[in-house]
Design a protein around this ligand. Structure first.
Ligand SMILES: [Zn+2]
Length: 182
């Protein structure tokens, strides 16, 4: 069993190439005036978008554009999340690393916000989506964007909200760095 684990870890090490860059789905570059995030942060906050699921790169790119448009209408500076996980199993760069998100009031300056595209109150994200999120966390630690002893929480642990959905939260509780408090 040791070899496959090693292979998996080395695979995760190269997985940085798997993050779909922002310019693949968004024509507008990030404003250079976006507030920076002091890294490494101590928190990873998981969200769902509570929007329709997407299953193909085309659908997911359209979903990302809709989410960003919705956030701009709410007067956010840009899309509010640092990263999003598509139903196509890909990791999408939202704000990316090093930029302060707008996803969890009071915690934005201490966290990276990762949103699963879809609604996970009654269904779980696919195994591919869950794996993509775990890969992203590995990358974030490797790139020193997140402390190795980070805390993982769901959005509903920081305020009264259904986000990231009951099923997804139940899954996150089993992950190694999940904490009952942010
Ligand atoms: Zn949320």
């Amino acid at each position: 069993m040791k070899l496959p684990l090693l292979l998996l870890l080395s695979f995760a090490g190269c997985a940085f190439a798997q993050i779909v860059p922002r310019q693949a789905w968004c024509r507008q570059p990030l404003s250079p005036r976006m507030p920076r995030l002091a890294v490494p942060v101590r928190l990873i906050i998981i969200h769902h978008t509570a929007s329709a699921p997407c299953y193909t790169p085309q659908q997911c790119q359209a979903a990302l554009q809709q989410i960003r448009t919705g956030h701009l209408l709410r007067k956010f500076r840009d899309i509010g999340y640092n990263f999003l996980i598509g139903g196509d199993g890909r990791i999408y760069e939202g704000l990316g690393f090093g930029i302060r998100g707008e996803h969890s009031p009071h915690y934005n300056s201490q966290s990276i916000g990762v949103a699963f595209i879809g609604n996970f109150q009654r269904t779980l994200p696919s195994p591919q989506m869950l794996q993509a999120a775990r890969t992203l966390i590995t990358i974030a630690v490797q790139r020193r964007q997140v402390l190795p002893n980070y805390s993982l929480v769901g959005h509903c642990q920081t305020k009264a909200t259904a986000c990231p959905g009951r099923q997804l939260l139940d899954e996150l509780r089993k992950w190694p760095r999940w904490q009952p408090k942010p």
